[in-house]
Design a protein around this ligand. Structure first.
Ligand code: AMP
Length: 221
């Protein structure tokens, strides 16, 4: 979890690669659907382009369907979902039905000014969704994706006015979910202002600790 531009997508990709589990980014799924102009995509685009959240029921059925795919059987990392208290509770119900649970929630703490700077300098590959930052993490060849070679674009919702809306939506709708996870005791805060590698190392330390605790619990049962 974390505000827009806190590094969720970048870090979730790295964690997924390291652990050999799929990264499920609801934002990527919605953007792809929007590009393909499916019914879901067209509906979602009207919310996304304004910086608003897609309704909870839509997100929950999308997540439930995705989590039932075979690649998720050995675990998964969620990026950008859940984002509201209703989604968090819905996710719990989905996982309980499958005898699973959230092992760890990582929150990337980042200052508003940093978020602003990162988002407006962010570029994305329209084909593979790889993220770049013109300042801190530029592509090898100016303007082109390292993997696909296609021209990078500015996401419509990274325009300044939309970023402002996304930040206020985050405060109103997502902070209550963060407080909820905090009260349950499975939220780990990581300083997201550090370098990509430092943030990644901190996240992996928390995941390793959570894993050790879980293994001890299974052992004792
Ligand atoms: P992201 O790439 O995670 O920043 O998501 C981009 C946009 O997709 C958000 O601003 C929302 O409009 C939509 N979106 C992604 N995930 C969710 C979610 N869990 N709930 C509601 N809307 C979402």
């Amino acid at each position: 979890m974390g505000p827009p531009g806190s590094g969720k997508g970048t870090q979730a990709t790295k964690v997924g690669e390291k652990l050999g589990i799929p990264k499920i980014s609801t934002g990527d799924i919605l953007r792809e659907a929007a590009t393909r102009k499916t019914e879901l995509g067209m509906m979602a685009a009207s919310y996304m382009d304004e910086g608003n959240l897609v309704p909870d029921e839509v997100m929950l059925s999308l997540a439930e369907e995705r989590l039932d795919e075979t690649d998720c059987s050995g675990g998964f990392i969620l990026d950008g979902f859940p984002r509201t208290l209703a989604q968090g509770r819905g996710l719990e119900r989905i996982l309980e039905k499958r005898a699973k649970a959230v092992d760890i929630v990582v929150l990337l703490d980042v200052e508003d000014e940093t978020v602003f700077e990162r988002l407006t300098r962010r570029r994305v590959c329209p084909r593979c969704s790889a993220l770049y930052n013109l300042g801190s993490d530029p592509p090898d060849q100016e303007g082109l994706c390292d993997r696909c070679g296609v021209p990078l674009v500015l996401r419509a919702d990274d325009e300044e006015a939309t970023v402002k809306t996304r930040l206020s939506v985050y405060r109103a709708d997502t902070l209550p979910l963060i407080e909820y996870y905090e009260s349950k005791g499975n939220l780990e805060r990581v300083d997201g202002n550090k370098s990509i590698d430092q943030v990644f190392a901190a996240i992996m330390r928390h995941i390793d600790e959570a894993d050790a605790v879980k293994r001890r619990g299974l052992h004792e049962d």
